[in-house]
Write a protein that binds this ligand. Structure first.
Ligand code: FES
Ligand SMILES: [Fe+2]
Length: 363
C-alpha cells in the first residue's frame, strides 16, 4: 500500500507549539520511497573530501538514493562523478574505492576513460548501428566546496555556495580544504536514518546517554544556531585539561548539520564528516571520515588514537539508544511527542526542513 502523507503532519509550527514528526515516517517502508525521491534525489549529498582522491585515477564509491555512484579524479586533475553503472548491461565500474588508469566494467570488461567516454568494447565487431559516443557513463552534477566534494542527482539544486556561504567565515582560521584524509569507520545501525540525525542534533541526551562526555562539555552553555539549510551546535569546553580529547586550542568546536544527512564536526586541526545513508526504512549506514591538517603530527601526539577511541565509545552509546528508540517508534502506543524549546531546537529545525522539502515536492 502506498503511503499517503497526512496534510496536517506537514504543518509548520513554532517550536513552542510543534509536535515531533509522526512515528510512521520512521517505520513505514513506503515513506522511505517518498523520501528517496523528494529528499535524497533533490538535495546535495556529501561524496568525499578532495584529499581522499589526491591523484589522477583515484576513485571513491558511494550510494545515493539507491544509485551506485563513482567519484573520480580524471587525467587533468578534475573531479567528476558518474553513475557507477555500465551502459552495456548495468555492471559496476568499481565495487570499492581505489585507483586505476581506466574504468573497466567488472562484468564483461568494457572500458571507459576517466572523463566517462567509452573506449574499449571487446568482441563487438558485428554489432550494427552502435556508436561508442552514445554509450558514455552518465555524469552527475558535482561541486567542490571548501575541499569537500558534493554531488546532486538534481541539476536544479541551488548552488552550494548559496546554501553554505557563512560557514567558512564562521570557522576561520580553520580551513576545511587544508584537511588531509586519515581514515574511515562505518556502522550499520538498526534504526531509520532520521533517528540518528535527530539524536545528533541535540545535547539534551548527553547527561543521560554520555555521562562521561557531560563532564567534559560545558553543558549549560551548549548553543544551537539555525540557518536555512543547516544548523550549528557548539559548546565551549568546561574542562580544558590536556587529557580532554575534545580540548581545542581556542576552546571551540563546531558541529554543523547540513540538511538532510550530513554532519561536519570541526575542531582546530581536525575534521570529522558523518554521512547518514538510509539502507532500508529501519536501517542506516553511518560513514565517519577522519581528517587532520597534519595527520603525521596528530598521530605522533596520540590525538588520532584518542579521537578514534572516544568517537567509538560515544558512537556505541548513540547506536544503543537509537536502536531502542526505533523499537519505541514502532510500538503500538507512540505517535508524536513534543520538543524542549531550550534543548531541541536543532531537531525541530531538521524536522521543519523535512516538512518544507516534502511540501515543495508535492506542489
Ligand atoms: S555490463 Fe559492463 S561490460 Fe557488460
Ligand atoms: Fe549522542
Amino acid at each position: 500500500m502506498k503511503y499517503s502523507i497526512n496534510h496536517d503532519d506537514l504543518e509548520l509550527k513554532p517550536i513552542e507549539r510543534a509536535e515531533t514528526i509522526p512515528s510512521s515516517w520512521y517505520t513505514d517502508p513506503d515513506f522511505l520511497k517518498i523520501e528517496t525521491d523528494a529528499v535524497f534525489k533533490k538535495n546535495w549529498q556529501l561524496a568525499c573530501h578532495q584529499s581522499q582522491i589526491p591523484n589522477s585515477g583515484d576513485s571513491v564509491c558511494r550510494t545515493v538514493a539507491g544509485n551506485p555512484v563513482i567519484i573520480v579524479r580524471d587525467s587533468s586533475g578534475e573531479i567528476r562523478s558518474f553513475y557507477n553503472v555500465c551502459r552495456h548491461r548495468g555492471g559496476p565500474l568499481a565495487v570499492k574505492s581505489g585507483t586505476a588508469t581506466v574504468l573497466q566494467c567488472k562484468y564483461h570488461g568494457w572500458t571507459y576513460l576517466m572523463d566517462g567516454s567509452l573506449r574499449g568494447v571487446p568482441q563487438f565487431d558485428r554489432v550494427e548501428l552502435f556508436d561508442k559516443k552514445d554509450f558514455g557513463l552518465k555524469p552527475i552534477r558535482t561541486e567542490i566546496w571548501e575541499g569537500l566534494v558534493f554531488i546532486s542527482l538534481d541539476d536544479s539544486a541551488k548552488s552550494l555556495d548559496t546554501v553554505l556561504k557563512e560557514i567558512p567565515e564562521r570557522i576561520t582560521p580553520i580551513h576545511l580544504n587544508q584537511m588531509e584524509y586519515h581514515t574511515t569507520t562505518v556502522d550499520l545501525i538498526d534504526c531509520n536514518w532520521k533517528v540518528y540525525v535527530d539524536n545528533y542534533l541535540e545535547g539534551y541526551h548527553i547527561p543521560i546517554v554520555h555521562p562521561e562526555l557531560a563532564g567534559l562539555l560545558d553543558y549549560k552553555n551548549y548553543v544551537t544556531e539555525l540557518a536555512e539549510f543547516y544548523s550549528l551546535q557548539y559548546s565551549p569546553f568546561g574542562d580544558i585539561s590536556d587529557d580532554n580529547p575534545y580540548h581545542a586550542e581556542d576552546g571551540q568546536a563546531f558541529y554543523y548539520f547540513i540538511y538532510p544527512n550530513i554532519m561536519l564536526n570541526i575542531l582546530p586541526g581536525r575534521l570529522q564528516t558523518n554521512i547518514v545513508e538510509p539502507v532500508g526504512y529501519d536501517k542506516c549506514r553511518v560513514i565517519f571520515d577522519f581528517f587532520y591538517t597534519d595527520p603525521k603530527k596528530a598521530k605522533e601526539q596520540g590525538i588520532i588514537q584518542s579521537d578514534m577511541e572516544y568517537s567509538a565509545k560515544i558512537q556505541q552509546e548513540d547506536i544503543e539508544i537509537c536502536e531502542a528508540v526505533q523499537a519505541g517508534l514502532r510500538s503500538d502506543i507512540y505517535d508524536k511527542g513534543r520538543f524542549s524549546v531550550k534543548r531541541e531546537l536543532g531537531v525541530w529545525h531538521f524536522q521543519s526542513c523535512l516538512k518544507k522539502n516534502l511540501l515543495d515536492f508535492q506542489s
